[in-house]
Ligand binder design. Structure first.
Ligand code: NAG
Ligand code: NAG
Length: 505
């Protein structure tokens, strides 16, 4: 361990803490540490993470924050013997549990994870990691999708994928492309890309005027091929927000979309927003499904018993909400932050208000989720926060919405907002129940929307899809190869042992 760290740790003293008026001491051995970040050689994700759950010496789970006594140090060596650059962060969830996360900028060997509470080792710490800890940038596929999903412990099946693919038993992609060109590429009206993954390399050809969003799909595919060998597949990605496939027009065209709806037959996949937050966590993106579980320290009892909403004017009901908030100031705090779709009504519904940090939303107990042009992609973040979500009924959905149950994970209200006031009043009168719904929502996020889960869903979808492709997958004329960036060359060497072994055979 580094000398500097030891010095820092010595200044902490061991003392009794207070929980609900009772004194207790933390039991460092009984305290639990678990999660994929403790097996970083097996599970490669851009940011590794694990949880700490605090227990006291009487064997009770501590349910409030114990402050900042934890220290985590991840040390390792690069292949050429230098110290690994690792950035670690500890997020306090203010419920006696912590999220530890770290990003390695190089592939590390001889990795040791020290988890300390006031300089004492916690749980099984120090964790000595037997294999190399590959950086996100390292190209080092660990088996095919079947093997990879098993290593990571992905769910065995997804009812949403089964449902979406049930329309497509045998797919002839030559026909699909011809139909797609006729229906969606008239005068470049829709923007979409035809992707091919062959021999674990990514190719695409895009159609339409606004194809910049293909970047998100490229990034996800690149991140996947570094980790696993994808089956050879071909598919179409819709780059727009609206789902495209009219189920009444036959033959159905299989199109992968970020948002789906009950009236369309698109194949839904995790939004570009959630994939980007997964890939760029502890980087360009600050709001992600781990950070949203911390960054606010307001206990439920101190939150305002009001509904809160901020957003732009992308749907009429959002303007209606402003009217309701003005009439019911004790119940709703809502403002528009931008005018674009209803600019002519800015004088009535404005002035637009300054941006409020998303993390401050959770000063309020009731979070309103109202559709924008399609599903509001903030929904998973609201769900992962410490408040309860009141969700507008909507035909639009993301890949996980069908798992969620009203009054278990969220509180529903009507699409035209006609029962919203009633629902807020109900929430105010049923505080315990509502707090439980808030906890369930966060638990759902923790169990189903963590970084590896986003890969699991894509892997399962691509694997199932590959089984339906009748024709052999070939690189089509006009496609370009999108090479996988190998940024790690800048810092050192990735030296994938799996590829070396393969080369020797
Ligand atoms: C789907 O997965 C669940 C658990 O992940 C399992 O209990 C169930 O049997 C699976 N169903 C099918 C049809 O494979
Ligand atoms: C609405 O919320 C903002 C942000 O928390 C706050 O500054 C403002 O005072 C609130 N407005 C009312 C009327 O309470």
């Amino acid at each position: 361990m580094k000398e500097g760290l030891v010095l820092i740790l010595i200044v902490f003293s061991l003392s009794a803490l207070v929980n609900g008026g009772k004194k207790f001491k933390v039991d460092v051995k009984a305290t639990k540490a678990y999660g994929p970040g403790l097996e970083p050689d097996k599970i490669v994700i851009p940011v590794r993470y694990f949880f700490i759950e605090v227990y006291d010496t009487k064997g009770n789970r501590v349910t409030k924050s114990v402050g900042k006594p934890f220290q985590v140090l991840v040390e390792g060596e690069t292949f050429d013997g230098r110290n690994c650059r690792v950035w670690t962060q500890i997020l306090d969830r203010y419920d006696g549990s912590y999220i530890v996360r770290y990003r390695t900028y190089q592939t590390c060997t001889k990795t040791i994870i020290h988890v300390l509470y006031n300089s004492q080792h916690v749980a099984e710490s120090p964790y000595k990691i037997p294999g190399p800890v590959y950086a996100e940038d390292c190209y080092c596929p660990n088996g095919d999708t079947v093997e990879w999903k098993k290593t990571v412990g992905c769910p065995g099946n997804y009812s949403q994928i089964e449902r979406d693919l049930s329309y497509f038993q045998e797919v002839d992609f030559d026909k699909v492309l011809k139909e797609a060109a006729v229906r969606f590429n008239q005068a470049g009206s829709r923007s979409f890309c035809n992707y091919v993954v062959k021999d674990n390399k990514v190719y695409r050809r895009c159609y339409g005027q606004h194809v910049g969003f293909s970047m998100f799909m490229d990034n996800m595919l690149h991140s996947m091929v570094r980790k696993m060998v994808l089956p050879d597949i071909e598919f179409i990605v819709n780059l727009g927000d609206w789902p495209l496939v009219d189920p009444k027009v036959k033959p159905l065209i299989p199109i992968f979309s970020w948002c789906a709806s009950e009236d369309t037959a698109d194949i839904v996949m995790p939004t570009y927003d959630i994939t980007e937050a997964t890939l760029e966590m502890m980087g360009r993106v600050t709001l992600d499904l781990l950070s949203v579980q911390s960054n606010n320290d307001i206990p439920w009892a101190l939150k305002k018993s009001q509904a809160f909403w901020r957003g732009r004017d992308s749907r009429r009901e959002r303007l209606d909400l402003i009217d309701m908030a003005r009439e019911n100031q004790h119940l709703i705090n809502a403002s528009l932050t931008n005018f674009f779709f209803f600019k002519d009504e800015e004088s009535k519904y404005g002035p637009k208000e300054k941006h409020v940090s998303f993390f401050k939303f959770f000063d309020y107990k009731y979070q309103l989720n109202i559709d924008g042009t399609v599903a509001a992609y903030r929904f998973p973040y609201l769900l992962g926060g410490s408040s309860v979500v009141l969700k507008q009924d909507s035909p639009y959905y993301e890949f996980f919405y069908h798992d969620l149950k009203p009054y278990v994970h969220f509180i529903p209200f009507k699409r035209d907002l006609s029962d919203l006031i009633e629902k807020i009043e109900w929430a105010r009168a049923n505080d315990d129940k509502v707090q439980e719904v808030a906890r369930n929502g966060r638990k759902y996020v923790q169990e189903n929307l963590m970084p590896e889960a986003i890969y699991c869903y894509h892997a399962a979808l691509f694997e199932e899809w590959s089984k339906r492709l009748k024709s052999k997958v070939n690189i089509r004329e006009g496609m370009e190869h999108i090479p996988t960036p190998e940024n790690e060359k800048r810092f050192g060497d990735c030296r994938c042992h799996r590829l070396n072994r393969h080369d020797e055979l």
